[in-house]
Design a protein around this ligand. Structure first.
Ligand code: UDP
Ligand code: MG
Length: 308
């Protein structure tokens, strides 16, 4: 079976076209498929729209989450409930063209890849492109894991890779990083990212920044390294400054020094605050993970058995 996971959050305007295009392409891939829409706590009529399309396409299933958990959690819900031996993930705004799925499926079946991800060769939408690209190359360097440059959630995996991902229970999740972390044989398909079909982006700048921080903090010690580096640098600088102050004192210009004292207090104080912030970030993450809360909660699962 082939599973396609699509998280949706307030996408009422797109559901019809999305479902139509997804069903059409996926039917050309395999007659035995399921499309798992994960309704991530939408507050508009997304759920009603989904229930309606489900009447037309009986192979559509809906995972209705109990509230908005964020789209990484929504994908996770889909991954855990998907039954296919091949599982694809795709955004629900048609920025990832479903028409690419057959080619990705072919690569996984015929070329022996375990994971094939879509790689954007330039997005049509200018929004945040520069920041995203910079972020991806930065992340690749600091996290020391394989290729994630310009890949997002759009991907297809075989059962072994899905099982590996599902085993990772961390509550702060960054799936492109996790997908790269698990290894396996990874392939890429290049594509042009479309503008979202309708509606506003549901990932606000602040949500994207949180996702970025999650990626950096969960996959690297980079922030700690920065701390250590700055701390060491500061110590060295102030060691020599101290020697200078001592010599200065010995030669009798005693009242001098006031500004350097104040400056060094400010400087050291602010460095310490930054470090505390970074430490706090890690402590928060340890706390979050130790709470061991569920990543998502399902209100209702409209699967094959649920009445139409
Ligand atoms: N999404 C979600 N929960 C959220 C935010 C977004 O399920 O809290 C879905 C959204 O409906 C879309 C996908 O995740 O299908 C990607 O969102 P968006 O297009 O806003 O992200 P971007 O393309 O800007 O990264
Ligand atoms: Mg989008």
């Amino acid at each position: 079976m082939f599973s396609l996971i699509i998280p949706v959050y307030n996408e009422e305007g797109i559901i019809d076209e999305l479902a139509g295009r997804a069903v059409k392409t996926i039917e050309s891939v395999s007659p035995n498929y399921e499309i798992l829409f994960v309704n991530d706590g939408s507050t508009d009529s997304t759920l009603q729209k989904l229930i309606e399309v489900r009447k037309r396409f009986s192979r559509i299933k809906i995972i209705d989450l109990s509230k908005n958990f964020g789209h990484q959690a929504a994908f996770t819900a889909g991954l855990e409930l998907a039954m296919g031996n091949y599982v694809a993930m795709m955004d629900g705004d048609l920025q990832d063209p479903p028409e690419l799925l057959p080619e990705m499926y072919r690569m996984i079946k015929e070329e022996g890849f375990d994971i094939v991800s879509g790689k954007r060769n330039g997005r049509k939408s200018k929004r945040l492109r520069l920041i995203t690209n910079l972020f991806h190359s930065f992340f690749k360097k600091v996290a020391g894991i394989g290729e994630i440059e310009n890949t997002g959630n759009f991907s297809i995996m075989n059962r072994a890779a899905v099982n590996a991902l599902v085993q990772m229970k961390e509550s702060i999740r960054y799936l492109p990083g996790m997908r790269s972390f698990i290894g396996f044989r990874q392939g890429y398909v290049e594509y042009m990212r479309e503008d979202r079909l309708k509606g506003k982006p549901k990932m606000s700048l602040s949500k994207l920044m949180v996702l970025g921080a999650d990626a950096i903090f969960s996959f690297s010690k980079f922030p700690i390294k920065v701390c250590l580096f700055l701390g060491t640098l500061g110590t060295i600088i102030f060691f020599f400054a101290g020697i200078y102050a001592l010599i200065d004192k010995l030669f009798g210009h005693s009242l001098l020094g006031w500004s350097s004292t104040v400056l060094s207090i400010y400087f050291l104080g602010s460095i310490q605050l930054v470090f505390l912030g970074v430490m706090g970030e890690y402590v928060y993450r340890i706390y979050k993970e130790s709470q061991n809360r569920p990543i998502y909660l399902v209100k209702k699962f409209y699967d094959a058995e649920t009445e139409q």
